[in-house]
Ligand binder design. Structure first.
Ligand SMILES: *[C@@H]1O[C@H](CO)[C@@H](O)[C@H](O)[C@H]1NC(C)=O
Ligand SMILES: *[C@@H]1O[C@H](CO)[C@@H](O)[C@H](O)[C@H]1NC(C)=O
Length: 380
């Protein structure tokens, strides 16, 4: 058992880290992605830049999103027409005023000590800012005049604003590295690190779907079938037990990973809540966790509580399988993948169902034979 436990913990840990690595993209904001052509996941300060560039009329529309270090802090984005880095930057800065309204200002930053509010080196057609209360971030929307397919841009966040003037930002690595060259013709701004938001989101949804369908929808039922039918074969004892446990534990590990991707998807899709899918998912996770831990509390075969433990174990097991299959179908409804995925899953279920019926028949025949053997023996 010890090795199974260790491998269980290891695989959960591995899968969780795997999915955490890919979770930091803010380029998947659905509202912004639909209104801009491109998104650049900026490498520092957990910020992103959505943009649309129209070379024909030299108009560059952006939505810059970042979270200030405090509620009264500021966020800023700018273009440096003459150099890279802060000195020379023409910046648009936004913060939440004490009365709750958003202030958006432009600053001519000719050097670290010469920061002047006023006109910029290029036209600013439009500027406004929105506070996103769910993640406390600020999005600056602006349209500026720009020619040239590549720009040096700079972004920053700061702790507060005094008398309408931004307070100094921190000088951590993240604050000092917040500059880059942006390729306005590339869908991701030319940053190879930045994943295209839509394909990234689709990838995540598919991962979620596949992991959960395999674990809750396939491995758990197979594990139950093994427990119910293979154990009646005398020579398979106790191997059936280990195969059953291995099946359920790997199902659980994959299921937890799938569950984590689901939580992540849920937290990303603000405003869209699939209540029943979510609730069933949470119930599944709780029941399955209970089931795994109940394994360690299993009374010995001869113990009088073993009978009740078995009833409990089977009831929870069948509940998991039923809810798991229901939730796979609910998930398919939400994701709306190509029809073949649903057909494949239905096909697998029919196959498993067919095997179950067949094994049920075989088991009954075996059991009846044994009985008749026993009952005929005394007379033989
Ligand atoms: C530039 O053209 C685009 C598309 O025709 C339009 O949406 C945008 O508003 C224009 N920008 C300006 C500043 O006129
Ligand atoms: C920004 O400030 C520098 C230095 O004071 C000045 O030379 C430059 O003309 C200013 N730019 C604009 C657009 O006012």
């Amino acid at each position: 058992m010890a090795t199974t436990e260790i491998s269980l913990i290891l695989s959960i840990f591995l899968l969780l880290t795997l999915f955490n690595v890919s979770s930091s993209s803010t380029c998947s904001s659905p509202k912004l992605t639909s209104s801009f052509n491109s998104c650049n996941q900026l490498p520092t300060l957990s910020s992103s830049l959505h943009f649309t560039y129209n070379p024909s009329n030299k108009s560059l529309s952006i939505a810059f999103t970042a979270t200030p270090p405090s509620a009264s802090g500021w966020v800023a984005w700018g273009i440096n027409p003459t150099s890279t880095g802060m000195a020379g930057t023409q910046a648009i800065l936004a913060y939440k005023d004490t009365d709750g309204s958003m202030s958006v200002k432009t600053f001519n930053i000719s050097s670290y000590s010469d920061i002047v509010e006023g006109k910029l080196a290029f036209k600013v057609y439009e500027k406004r800012a929105v506070y996103n209360s769910d993640d406390k971030s600020i999005t600056i929307f602006a349209t500026v005049e720009n020619s040239g397919a590549k720009i040096n841009h700079v972004w920053q966040v700061g702790p507060g604003v005094s008398k309408g003037f931004p307070e100094k930002h921190e000088f951590q690595t993240d604050n000092l590295q917040s500059k880059a060259t942006l390729d306005l013709n590339a869908p991701d701004g030319g940053s190879s690190k930045a994943a295209d938001s839509t394909s990234d989101a689709i990838k995540k949804k598919n991962t979620h779907g596949i992991l959960n369908a395999i674990s809750w929808g396939i491995l758990f039922p197979i594990g139950a079938i093994i427990a119910r039918y293979v154990r009646t074969v005398d020579s398979a004892d106790p191997i059936w037990f280990y195969v059953h446990v291995a099946c359920q534990i790997s199902g659980y590990a994959i299921g937890v990973a799938g569950w984590a991707t689901g939580l992540q998807l849920g937290s990303k899709s603000v405003g869209i809540v699939y209540t029943s899918h979510r609730c069933i998912g949470i119930a599944l996770f709780s029941l399955a966790t209970l089931q795994i831990f109940a394994l360690f509390l299993r009374p010995k075969k001869e113990h009088k509580l073993r009978f009740y433990w078995n009833i409990y174990h089977h009831a929870v097991g069948y509940a998991i399988i039923t809810l798991g299959i229901i939730n796979v179908f609910k998930g398919l409804q939400i994701l709306e993948p190509e029809k073949k995925w649903k057909s494949t899953y239905v096909g697998i279920l029919i196959a498993l169902g067919g095997i179950t019926v067949l094994l049920e028949l075989v088991t009954w025949i075996v059991v009846l034979r044994r009985k008749s053997n026993r009952s005929t023996k005394p007379y033989a």
